[in-house]
Design a protein around this ligand. Structure first.
Ligand SMILES: CC(=O)SCCNC(=O)CCNC(=O)[C@H](O)C(C)(C)COP(=O)(O)OP(=O)(O)OC[C@H]1O[C@@H](n2cnc3c(N)ncnc32)[C@H](O)[C@@H]1OP(=O)(O)O
Ligand SMILES: O=C([O-])CC(=O)C(=O)O
Length: 374
């Protein structure tokens, strides 16, 4: 993909606005949040610290971070009416639809009536999203009504604790933290652009995020981590994976978790999550999924010069932590809500309604035909 053209359909390569939040692929491969390199953030930061950076414009000092985490911990309780709504959603619903409904319902219960409330509304979503998805999931699948408070100090640890009903080990909490950092922000991707378009009409924050969840759901965007899992699970060995992929490429099928709209050489998030996936594979004694994933990566590069994006090794990493596949994209939501809402704030601070033009390709003039003559 080295000679990838950033032009043509899909608004590719067109500047659609300004942002001080993020650069993607500036050197062909890099990713920065407010100037900080993603590798450094993943190595050193807590997700809450990164959310603060995106939403408040600077890294917090220790006191600020402690206060921010304390605030988020205090906002984890689900309103009763939201629990009732979640209990109505069928067991076979897609969890992304549950997230969308959960966010939308929250907007009814705790409406943002004035933009001066935006920071509190955003923090509430960050604090509440793990509870929304796990409350529904465990009610629908196990028939239990869980408490959505936990002692966990981090959003990632909180999610795992609610999902599994017990404290995660240190490695799992760490990987969740890294994963949430990697997924937090990515410039004008489809879901973020959705949020900004909605914000540009001066709509409320829950509408912006609800729309963004809908855009993230698709397999060409956030849904790719689930699709990647479905792919690697089909194979019993690396050799079988190679054979399977060659067949798919011959049939010109899309391989989910590969390629990117902006990066030309690699997605810097891949090397990071791949390393953690390997550690988790060692922890669980995996001898299939990780080698299968590595072989897929090798074959795709050798055959198509296509590289793994952020989603591919997330699939095995999440699986090794016992996370059901259908919850993969909702985790993306728990993280990206920080980026989406940082963009909403940025859009609101310097707004003009986003309304591009279209190239008309329809008929020049159509003669009116009465209904009985059609
Ligand atoms: C966190 C994220 O959202 S990352 C993205 C997650 N999405 C996926 O993993 C889905 C699979 N990947 C894709 O569909 C694409 O690579 C996208 C949507 C990410 C980017 O789309 P585009 O920018 O339009 O792709 P691009 O212009 O690089 O495509 C070039 C060629 O490579 C092909 N190609 C791109 N990705 C893939 C893939 N994963 N598998 C097979 N072929 C591919 C395209 O079909 C295209 O071929 P063509 O010229 O014969 O039509
Ligand atoms: O930037 C994109 O088009 C998709 C992506 O990787 C993301 O949103 O994380």
């Amino acid at each position: 993909m080295v000679d990838k053209k950033l032009s043509g359909a899909g608004l590719r390569g067109q500047v659609a606005g300004e942002t001080a939040l993020c650069t993607v692929g500036k050197t062909g491969a890099g990713l920065t949040y407010r100037g900080y390199d993603i590798t450094e953030l993943a190595d050193n930061a807590q997700f809450e610290e990164v959310a603060y950076l995106l939403l408040r414009g600077k890294l917090p000092n220790q006191q600020e971070l402690d206060a921010y985490k304390e605030k988020l911990r205090g906002m984890r309780a689900l309103p009763e009416a939201l629990k009732t709504t979640l209990e109505q959603i069928p067991k076979d619903a897609h969890p992304m639809d549950v997230m969308r409904t959960g966010c939308s319902m929250l907007g009814n219960l705790e409406t943002e009536t004035d933009f001066s409330q935006q920071d509190d509304k955003i923090d509430r979503m960050l604090a509440l999203f793990p509870g929304i998805i796990t409350y529904w999931y465990r009610f629908a699948h196990e028939g239990v009504r869980i408490e959505t408070d936990s002692d966990s100090d981090s959003i990632g640890g909180h999610f795992l604790e609610l999902l599994h009903g017990k404290k995660p080990n240190e490695l799992h909490e760490r990987v969740m933290n890294v994963s949430l950092i990697l997924y937090a922000e990515h410039e004008f991707n489809a879901s973020t652009f959705t949020a900004r378009v909605c914000a540009s009409t001066l709509s409320d924050i829950h509408s912006c995020v609800t729309g963004a969840i809908g855009s993230l759901r698709g397999p060409l965007h956030g849904g790719a981590n689930e699709a990647a899992m479905a792919l690697i699970q089909k194979f019993q060995s690396a050799d079988e994976a190679e054979q399977g992929l060659m067949g798919m490429l011959e049939r010109k099928e899309k391989i989910m978790g590969f390629g990117h709209a902006i990066y030309r050489e690699s997605d810097p998030r891949n090397a990071i999550i791949k390393k953690w996936s390997q550690q988790l594979a060692e922890e669980v004694g995996d001898t299939v999924l990780y080698p299968v994933s590595v072989r897929c990566e090798e074959v795709m590069w050798r055959e198509k010069k296509l590289f793994c994006n952020a989603d591919f090794f997330h699939a095995s990493a999440y699986h090794f932590m016992g996370i059901p596949t259908e919850l993969f994209t909702p985790i993306f939501v728990m993280s990206r809500v920080s980026g989406w809402t940082a963009h909403v704030k940025e859009q609101r601070a310097n707004n003009r309604i986003i309304r591009p033009s279209a190239e008309y390709t329809g008929p020049e003039h159509s003669e009116w035909v009465a209904i009985e003559q059609r």
